[in-house]
Structures are given as structure tokens and as C-alpha cells.
Design a protein around this ligand. Structure first.
Ligand code: NI
Length: 167
């Protein structure tokens, strides 16, 4: 398993849901553990499965940046959004690029946990932002698609450099 960066095609592959059987499987646990390693080694606060070329609806978040705060969300769906806030975002698949993105300040998110149980939780501020960013990856929406026209111009060269370094 390896972190993939823009414009790797895996970032734009359709994702499939995780089954309840898979949610509790040793194979999934092993893959998630690999993802945790990658996320923390890269100082990330979130990682979605497509970023390791795994096309499933799975995301890891670690808003506090510590292993203790890691959370696994399977098949996440945002059920409600409240408020709006603009803030800076980066992405492990766009190293060195930071842009302003508008997100809901607070969300209710429903997901399957690693026990195969459906949970619904309310998250706000940074944790809500991280979940919204990672959930975008499951829909093949990238930082590139969220940035303002002004940011698009500002980071154009960086994006081109990323594209060329992958050739
Ligand atoms: Ni990202």
C-alpha cells in the first residue's frame, strides 16, 4: 500500500461500499493499520482509501494528529450540515498545496464502525472539516475541484509541477 498523489488515476476511481462482513474482518484491520502508518508518517490528520489506491468507502481521521485520536469511518454519509466556515486545507495527495475551502461548521455523520455497528455522530469545526475533506475523496472530488478561482491561479505552477513529477 502506498500513498498516491495527484494526478494518479486511483484518486478518480469509483468507490464501493464496505460490507458488514468486511468491516469486522482481519484483512480490513490489517489494511487500516497500514493506512494509519502512512497517515501518521506523513503527518496527516486524515486519509481516505482512494489515496492508497483502494477504491472503497473508507476513511481514517485523526483530527488531533495522535494515534489515540484515530477514528475509522466506513460508508460515511453526512445526514445534516449546519453553518458555513472558510478555512485552509491541505491534502496528502497534493503535497505543499494549501487552499481556502468553505465547509459546513457542524455535521451529523452516519457510518459503520469496525464492530459492524451503525453510528451517528455530530462533529464540528476542525473534525467536521477533516471528515468533509476525506468524504470528498470517496466521491472523487479533490482539492483541485474545491479551490476558488483565485487559488487556482495562485497554485497553478505547483499543480503543474506535481503533474510533471509523476510522469
Ligand atoms: Ni485529501
Amino acid at each position: 500500500m502506498e500513498l498516491v498523489t495527484y494526478p494518479h488515476p486511483a484518486l478518480l476511481r469509483k468507490t464501493r461500499p464496505i460490507t458488514v462482513e468486511e468491516a469486522t474482518s482481519a484483512e480490513l484491520q490489517a489494511r487500516v493499520e497500514e493506512m494509519r502508518e502512512i497517515m501518521h508518517q506523513s503527518d496527516g490528520v486524515g486519509l481516505a482509501a482512494p489515496q492508497v489506491a483502494w477504491s472503497v468507502r473508507l476513511l481514517l481521521i485523526s483530527p488531533a494528529g495522535t494515534r489515540e485520536s484515530d477514528e475509522l469511518l466506513l460508508n460515511p454519509v453526512i445526514k445534516a450540515r449546519r453553518g458555513k466556515v472558510v478555512g485552509e486545507e491541505g491534502c496528502l495527495s497534493f503535497p505543499g498545496i494549501y487552499v481556502q475551502v468553505e465547509r459546513a461548521r457542524e455535521i451529523d455523520v452516519e457510518f459503520l464502525d469496525d464492530q459492524g455497528q451503525i453510528r451517528r455522530e455530530t462533529r464540528k469545526d476542525f473534525a467536521a472539516r477533516v471528515i468533509q475533506h476525506e468524504l470528498d475523496h470517496l466521491e472523487n472530488i479533490l482539492l483541485l475541484h474545491r479551490m476558488s478561482p483565485a487559488d487556482r491561479v495562485r497554485v497553478k505552477r505547483d499543480l503543474e509541477a506535481l503533474s510533471q513529477s509523476s510522469d
